[in-house]
Design a protein around this ligand. Sequence first.
Ligand code: EPZ
Length: 419
Amino acid sequence: MDSFLIKGGVPLHGTVAISGSKNAVLPIMAATLLTDEPCVIRRVPDLSDTRFMARILESLGAQAKWEQGTLTIRAQKIRGYADYDLIRQMRGSICIAGPLLARLKEARVSLPGGCVIGARPINLHLKGFEALGAKIGIVGGYVDATARKLCGATMFLGGRAGSTVLGTDNVMMAATLADGVTVIESAACEPEVVDLAKFLNAMGAKISGAGSPTITITGVKKLHGAEHEVIPDRIEAATYAIAAAATNGEVTLRGARADHLRAVFDKLDETGVSVERRGANLVARRHGRLTAVDATTLTYPGFPTDVQAQMMSLLTLAPGISIITERIFESRFMHVSELARLGADIEIEGPSAIVKGGRPLSGAPVMASDLRASAALVIAGLAAKGATHVNRIYHLDRGYEHMDAKLRKLGARIQRVAE
Ligand code: EPZ
């Protein structure tokens, strides 16, 4: 298992090219199952998650061809069964269920199972499928969804933590080929949902309201092939902006979209970090001393849970007390004990972490536990004095394209250690 060896204390400087969005492209890849015609997707990040999704689609009978960031997928003849060994390795793959149900009127997909950041049930996905008329059975750890036909319906998809991103995606995809009109209320408003709806409409679907809490889908008989360029990854952009601030450097985020990151940039501004437009790009840099702030994760357009860990790393450097409250996932503080190994002072009180910031960090060996926690450890290692060894970086490779190469281009002293 590879690891990163980081020698900290170097301010990052230069330009980083933001890749296509992982959380937009995974459901878009699944959506290609809705047609037997070829689909061309551009700006597909080279990640273990996207490679894995392609493998899952191929296991269903589709062909996937990669050409430097462009993926051509053709799901001419497919089957409706995806086994446990594949699905358990990537939760996001649950979003094949909606397209399979829509196209084949049957889907047998393994339940994704537990996750370190929370229970992550799929009850809302299944509630949506049932509202469209599907029969749902859970047998031997598999979801068995069948339908003689799917019919449009109005449904409320809000849950314990508000809207669900992949739940909205899954039901939206299933409704594209249903008879009649579907209205999803309390739909997720994330930019990744909007990007999926844009792709589906390019395939001939009739979707309106994506990006708002009410999405309307008028079913059509058939969908066709389409071409699409994926939006830039807002979470990757936020990660590099925070790394620039944590090292007291200045980084240009080439291709990032400010309109997708308002809550993050607003919180960074409160902390003493500006992200300004310069020409076509955004530039992140710190203005002197950092300021302690409070932050609470919310569904979009609120502060994203996928930036919570990285923000915590930054706030360990801000003198004073910062309180970070996680409202989306039940146990997304795996990075706290690892940051403590670098000298951070953080206490967990229920859904909140109380960060006593301002003490310099010093390098140490640490263990990655999940994708965003790993990014937080890399940021802390870049800011720390001495050497930090981040183990199990396979978590990072799931969601950050060529992170070590991109950081080296910004002047970081980081190397990948193959083991
Ligand atoms: C997506 O996961 C992202 N993954 C996650 O990013 C992200 O953290 C999350 O949305 C929230 O923004 C992908 O897009 C591949 P949810 P998703 O359904 O859709 C509860 C990353 O780091 N819930 O919006 O699985 C759930 O338990 C990853 O890139 C139900 O109760 O998340 C959670 O508490 C991690 N029942 C909350 O809703 C359901 O049926 C939000 O989850 C579905 C969800």
